[in-house]
Design a protein around this ligand. Structure first.
Ligand SMILES: CC(C)(COP(=O)(O)OP(=O)(O)OC[C@H]1O[C@@H](n2cnc3c(N)ncnc32)[C@H](O)[C@@H]1OP(=O)(O)O)[C@@H](O)C(=O)NCCC(=O)NCCS
Length: 390
């Protein structure tokens, strides 16, 4: 354990080593999954998105970076999705995970991702590196029989498959853009087709919507994604899922907390709702602001003092202006008292956390009541959510 530690790109002949470390962290890959895992891993490493730490020749830590786009304010922002963060047990608690994640931040930045997100198994290490809660993955439970009765019979619904991937993405885009949502991710196109091709996925398409669902634990149904551009289509697609009510009592659904289904369904089992929280970090603050959407009706001018020790290009006094749905973050010459945030405060702000909550947790200071109002006006939107785990 005395060999010098080095941050590296994982090579193909190191994948067995990575699996060994991974098994010690997450348990063994299910039999049959290894081939798919290796196939996926090769895509990551060919693109410089599988990184690790070696001690001498031995891989002792690894992480991969998904090439996602994340919707913010109704626009898609390139997002580095960090997954599979693992450190060999005998190297844990010695700074290896932090060294790995510092390399990951830099790689994400070098690959041109303005933001990064991850599902934390433990928040401590990620907070140290500037990540903060951005939103949740919400799972709600409905009675299948209730959904079955939602109607929409006038809407025609047809079975869909991998050839419909482009149409799926188009429909998602329309609904997310007009709803100015924050949080959901878009997978690389080939993954969408793979998902629709799975035997276990039941996909149905209407003119302005679609649903993909499957069996959950063999007893209930699980909606993975449902997008509807109208009330009639929402009713028709939920009723299609609910038509399984003679066998499945419950439909577990990954949906936004603002999804119209909450207002359509008569019974919602609130006690079985689940939230898995994800964290966000801005890698390139000006690019992150320029890429996202803002409400078109607002005009905001406010100064921010950012202090980001891990990614110093974000550090400095900035002027944020928002107009016509577009934001700009440029160096500021201002001298008054600016709102001060670190990377955690900046990430939480971007995700729409009210400034009062940031002040209450010590993540923001300085500025004035006016600047808080400006920041809340700029960033508050529908509750950020994600449908997918990665
Ligand atoms: C989580 C993990 C990657 C951390 O790696 P590591 O090399 O131990 O991390 P570091 O030594 O750099 O620790 C960084 C900070 O995180 C804290 N930390 C690490 N693991 C922690 C845990 N399980 N619970 C709480 N805090 C933890 C450390 O105490 C340290 O904080 P401190 O400086 O305030 O004491 C590693 O423990 C691991 O592989 N765990 C199993 C798999 C896993 O959970 N992966 C994360 C998936 S999101």
């Amino acid at each position: 354990m005395t060999d010098a530690l080095r941050f590296i790109d994982i090579a193909e002949d190191q994948l067995d080593d990575v699996i060994r470390v991974r098994t010690r962290a997450f348990g063994p890959l299910a039999s049959g999954d290894r081939e798919q895992w290796v196939k996926d891993a090769k895509v990551f490493l060919a693109d410089g998105r599988y990184v690790g730490v070696v001690a001498g020749d031995e891989v002792v830590a690894a992480a991969r970076i998904w090439d996602f786009r994340q919707w913010w304010g109704g626009r898609q922002v390139p997002m580095a999705g960090i997954a599979g963060v693992v450190v060999s047990p005998e190297y844990r608690g010695r700074g290896v995970g932090s060294m790995l994640m510092r390399g990951v931040l830099k790689r994400g930045l070098d690959k041109g991702f303005p933001i990064s997100a991850l599902y934390p198994a433990t928040t401590v290490i990620y907070r140290h590196l500037g990540y903060e809660f951005g939103g949740g993955r919400y799972r709600f439970s409905f009675r299948a029989a209730d959904l079955r009765g939602l109607g929409g019979k006038e809407v025609s619904v047809r079975r869909a498959g991998p050839d419909d991937a482009a149409r799926f993405l188009e429909l998602v885009g329309k609904v997310h853009e007009s709803g100015r949502v924050g949080g959901p991710i878009s997978w690389p196109d080939e993954k969408v087709a793979e998902w629709l091709a799975e035997d276990e996925s039941f996909a149905y398409l209407a003119d302005d919507g679609f649903v993909v669902y499957r069996w959950d634990d063999g007893e209930n149904l699980r909606v993975e994604e449902l997008v509807a551009g109208s009330e009639a289509t929402a009713r028709a697609l939920w009723a299609t899922v609910g038509s399984g009510s003679s066998i499945a009592e419950t439909v577990n659904a990954y949906v936004s907390p603002h999804d119209p289904v909450h207002l359509l369904a008569s019974y919602e089992a609130g006690k079985s709702a689940q939230i898995q929280r994800w964290m966000l970090r801005l890698l390139d603050a000006p690019a992150a602001i320029a890429a996202r959407g803002f409400a078109p009706s607002i005009a905001v001018e406010v100064d921010l003092q950012v202090d980001d020790p891990e990614l110093p290009a974000n550090t400095g006094r900035w002027h944020l202006s928002v107009a016509d749905g577009i934001g700009r973050l440029v160096p500021s010459e201002g001298t008054g008292d600016a709102v001060r945030v670190g990377p955690r405060g900046l990430a939480a702000l971007y995700a729409g956390t009210p400034v009062a909550a940031l002040r209450g947790s010590g993540l923001a200071s300085g500025g004035s009541a006016d600047s808080d109002t400006f920041l809340d006006t700029a960033f508050t939107g529908p509750t950020p959510y994600m449908l997918d785990y990665f």
